[in-house]
Design a protein around this ligand. Structure first.
Ligand code: C5P
Length: 208
């Protein structure tokens, strides 16, 4: 029997770092499901295909190779924005959720992070975490990250972008972003990533 950790939350809440650290600590496989939506959007953009044709987009999603998702080429703001448009289409979600569920079966355990892991993809996950932080804190973290990597960043634009993406993710009819009833809430607004990791680890340890 495999062990599944489901981590959900809005953009830039720290769930990616937390998921990677948890996967490393327990020797589990990790899937950032946001990358599956991003890869679908990028394939459409690269092919000059529309972002809002459900049949075309679902076809692209069905043919995605999960073992070849490259964070480096999928991380841009523009692709994140396009991903959240592609993610509203039920046929796209059905294809990607099927692949995500297959991934979740891997032994000895898995960590999946996204928006609907605890509610839709893995409703029977052994541990569910909902990671949040205020929009201001998330925008500031993104901003500082970009500056630290030598880029230039406009705080107000990043803040607006985060608010817009939150709204689209929470308002969509299919699999909106919301905590599962049995999720542990982790607000990282005033927490270091190390403190959030220790808290998450104690929750997982209690369930192992
Ligand atoms: O987490 P990330 O920013 O990479 O996700 C990009 C977009 O993909 C999100 O804004 C969201 O619309 C979509 N997504 C989703 N369900 C998931 C993961 C991501 O709808 N499980």
């Amino acid at each position: 029997m495999t062990f599944t950790i489901a981590i959900d939350g809005p953009a830039a809440a720290g769930k990616g770092t937390l998921s990677r650290k948890l996967a490393e600590a327990y020797g589990f496989h990790h899937l950032d499901t946001g990358l599956t939506y991003r890869a679908t959007a990028k394939a459409l953009l690269d092919g000059g295909l529309p972002l809002d044709d459900e049949t075309v987009a679902a076809n692209v999603a069905r043919n995605l190779d999960l073992s070849r998702l490259d964070r480096a080429v999928l991380s841009s703001h523009g692709i994140g924005e396009a991903a959240s448009k592609v993610a509203v289409m039920p046929a796209v979600r059905r294809s990607l959720v099927e692949a995500q569920r297959a991934f979740a079966q891997k032994e000895p355990g898995t960590v999946l992070d996204g928006r609907d892991i605890g509610t839709v993809v893995c409703p029977a996950a052994d541990v569910k975490l909902f990671v949040t932080a205020s929009a201001d804190v998330r925008a500031r973290r993104r901003h500082d990250e970009i500056l630290a990597s030598g880029g230039s960043a406009d705080y107000d634009a990043i803040y607006d972008d985060i608010k817009r993406r939150d709204e689209r993710d929470m308002a969509r009819a299919d699999s909106p972003l919301k905590p599962a009833d049995d999720a542990h809430l982790l607000d990282t607004s005033e927490m270091s990533i190390e403190a959030a990791f220790q808290r998450a680890k104690s929750i997982v340890d209690a369930a192992l």
